[in-house]
Design a protein around this ligand. Structure first.
Ligand code: APR
Ligand code: PHB
Length: 395
């Protein structure tokens, strides 16, 4: 099989990138390890920055998001019995975030991709292996139905997430990996209950962090920080509901509508960055290149800037014969990646319990008290949470 861009991974990065390229007449093949149903069933985050929402619209898949998504102007932080709202729209010249589940976003992308004549998707593609990307002859080798197959292409986009094959195929002496593992995880619960509040609540508490989020007016998504020794089977629904209400101010906990979980899982937290993000004819996109703790809701929104930059660079290559944007991809993408890694680390550090030392919590409370008393303090959270701009010179 021959194509212009070979994409490893049919998650949000691979799907949206393929659509952006297709709208410019550029063909691609997506090799996805799993079946469509498996990919669409994965429960992930649900906050879109304006940049990601705009990319979905640009990719022609924003209609349901705009119809069903919830636009939010602010978030709430709770700490020391207090409830402090950050009016992000007021502090950022009107910027909002869109609450729209990644599960739905992935379904919308697949609905468009599978009807797109410029895109071929191969599900259950096994043993995908990128080769020839340093030698100028990029190819994707894989196994399908027991037969060895090859996709010859001009470029490879590694959109295969943290555990994917693209980064793993790069010789260790050609990249640097930066990683921080956090000493806790997030236990998440999804329930068909009305959200406890109309905006998201991030809670700092001496028992640990909690987050009250949502997918719609009738479906809630909650998280509590748990130790790395915890297993999801240790947490009945009842135990979860009791614990999250203990981490919230009473006037909020008292309003929480509980119900049976429709999904419950524990996710580890890490910060991870690969440098560079380009290896000859292969480019890394999204979780294949970087991971952030979910505190800042940056995972998908960082993939968005990668997709924007790489699609812009590839379109300039095919339409104008330009190489400059391809040469700038890694440096430009990494600048926004590190800014988001910093914010996600910082927001995690002030909202979570790291140890039993009582002075740690007192210092966190002092920092939160200061931040909420200062327009500059609230603004720094607001402008990072709604999303820092994409590089305007990258065109
Ligand atoms: N071969 C083929 N496909 C693979 C391979 C492989 N070796 N390894 C992984 N994949 C597929 C996975 O099955 C998945 O569908 O690549 C896809 C990667 O998707 P994500 O992990 O969602 O990463 P990405 O598309 O970059 O999305 C980034 O969305 O899923 C969230 O937490 C993620 O918020 C982040 C954002
Ligand atoms: C979610 O709704 O899943 C969510 C929201 C905000 C975060 C992380 C996850 O920071």
């Amino acid at each position: 099989m021959n194509t212009q861009v070979g994409i490893i991974g049919g998650g949000p990065s691979g799907l949206c990138l393929a659509r952006l390229l297709s709208l410019a007449g550029i063909e691609s093949v997506i090799l996805e390890r799993q079946a469509r149903e498996y990919v669409e069933a994965r429960i992930r985050a649900g906050i879109l920055e304006q940049g990601m929402a705009d990319l979905m619209r640009k990719a022609g898949v924003g209609a349901r998001m705009d119809k069903e998504g919830l636009l939010h102007d602010g978030i709430v932080l709770t700490f020391d019995g207090r409830e402090e709202r950050i009016d992000m729209a007021a502090l950022t010249g009107g910027k909002q975030v869109m609450v729209y589940g990644q599960t739905e976003l992935t379904k919308d992308l697949y609905d468009a991709v599978l009807k797109d004549e410029n895109i071929t998707v191969v599900f259950q593609a096994g043993h995908v292996h990128p080769v020839g990307f340093f030698e100028g002859e990029p190819r994707l080798e894989y196994v399908k139905d027991g037969k060895h197959q090859v996709v010859s292409c001009d470029f490879i986009a590694g959109c295969d997430g943290y555990h994917g094959a693209s980064r793993a195929a790069v010789p260790r002496d050609r990249l640097v990996e930066y990683e921080r593992i956090y000493p806790f995880g997030w236990l998440g619960l999804l329930s068909d209950t009305p959200p406890v509040h109309e905006e998201l609540i991030y809670a700092n508490h001496k028992r640990g962090f909690a987050l009250c989020s949502m997918r719609s007016h009738t479906r809630s998504r909650y998280y509590i920080q748990v130790g790395l020794d915890q297993k999801v089977e240790d947490w009945s629904d009842e135990r979860f509901w009791d614990e999250i209400r203990r981490r919230l101010p009473e006037h909020i906990a008292g309003k929480m509508v509980t119900g049976p979980s429709i999904e419950k899982s524990i996710a580890p937290l890490r910060s991870f960055v690969t440098e560079p993000m380009r290896f000859g004819k292969m480019f890394l996109v999204g979780d294949a290149a970087h991971i952030v703790p979910p505190t800042g809701a940056k995972g998908l929104n960082l993939a968005a800037s990668d997709m924007y930059y790489l699609s812009t660079a590839l379109i300039a290559h095919y339409k104008e014969g330009r190489e400059d944007l391809l040469d700038r991809y890694s440096e430009t993408a990494l600048r926004r990646v590190w800014a988001a890694v910093r914010f996600s680390w910082w927001f995690t550090s002030i909202m979570h319990k790291f140890n039993e030392d009582p002075i740690e919590h007192k210092i966190q409370l002092a920092e939160l008290d200061y931040l909420m008393s200062s327009t500059a303090g609230k603004t720094t959270i607001a402008e990072n949470y709604v999303g820092l701009p994409f590089d305007p010179t990258f065109e």
